[in-house]
Design a protein around this ligand. Structure first.
Ligand SMILES: C[S@@+](CC[C@H](N)C(=O)[O-])C[C@H]1O[C@@H](n2cnc3c(N)ncnc32)[C@H](O)[C@@H]1O
Length: 208
């Protein structure tokens, strides 16, 4: 079972290595741009599990402005790196399964590769939190692994960091989204650039 403290400590250790390894390939860029096109003018967007802000927070700030975006992460090192680049953007230390944000305040939530680090029992809770902070009609873009998997790595990214994942998989995530009040509008599968045969599914969903 995923231990959140291990994940948080792991990102504190591996923050720089993660930034170096993070790619942003064409299919992911395209689906993100299309999602951004679908938002209302001057939206308020939460990047949940923003890490150091590269590339997602950066794109949000470029596309809108630094006051349109809130970055949230529970790794202090990741947030410190984000502050170096995005000092004018609100950056919040917090847990995506218990958001320190008032209800119905946001137009959109994006969560790239962060839900996959929650314990199994908290995946649905995090999606319920996204629904709570989104206004009715607000939009969500969230990634998951296609197939259920749980595991750990004792030297992740060769950075000396322990890391753990619980990937709920597409079937469970579909169900969690429906249960928490989202209407799924689109699902897109994107190949993992690092691991042959692995892929991710991105859900675009509307908060009812
Ligand atoms: C794989 S990184 C993704 C970073 C960024 N979203 C991206 O697209 O590259 C996962 C991030 O989620 C954060 N994270 C994991 N679990 C979290 C939680 N429960 N609450 C807040 N942040 C969390 C980690 O600290 C890490 O920065």
């Amino acid at each position: 079972m995923v231990d959140k403290q291990t994940v948080r400590d792991g990102y504190d250790v591996a923050a720089e290595a993660y930034v170096r390894e993070r790619s942003f390939d064409e299919p992911e860029q395209q689906l993100f741009e299309r999602f951004l096109d679908s938002l209302v003018a001057d939206p308020l967007v939460l990047d949940a599990g923003c890490g150091a802000g590269m590339p997602i927070l950066e794109r949000l700030v470029d596309r809108f402005d630094e006051h349109s975006t809130i970055g949230l992460d529970f790794s202090s090192r990741q947030l410190a790196l984000a502050k170096e680049r995005f000092g004018a953007t609100p950056l919040v230390a917090g847990d995506m399964a218990q958001l320190p944000i008032a209800e119905s305040t946001l137009d959109a939530v994006v969560a790239f590769y962060s839900l996959i680090h929650l314990p199994e029992s908290q995946h649905q809770q995090a999606l319920a939190e996204f629904s709570r902070v989104l206004r009715p009609g607000g939009r969500l873009l969230v990634s998951e692994g296609t197939d259920q998997w749980e595991g750990r790595n004792d030297d992740w990214l060769a950075a000396g960091a322990e890391m753990e994942w619980h990937i709920a998989g597409a079937t469970a995530t579909r169900e969690h989204l429906r249960t928490t009040g989202f209407h799924i509008e689109r699902e897109l599968e994107v190949s993992d650039v690092l691991v042959d045969g692995e892929s991710w599914v991105f859900f675009e969903a509307l908060n009812r």
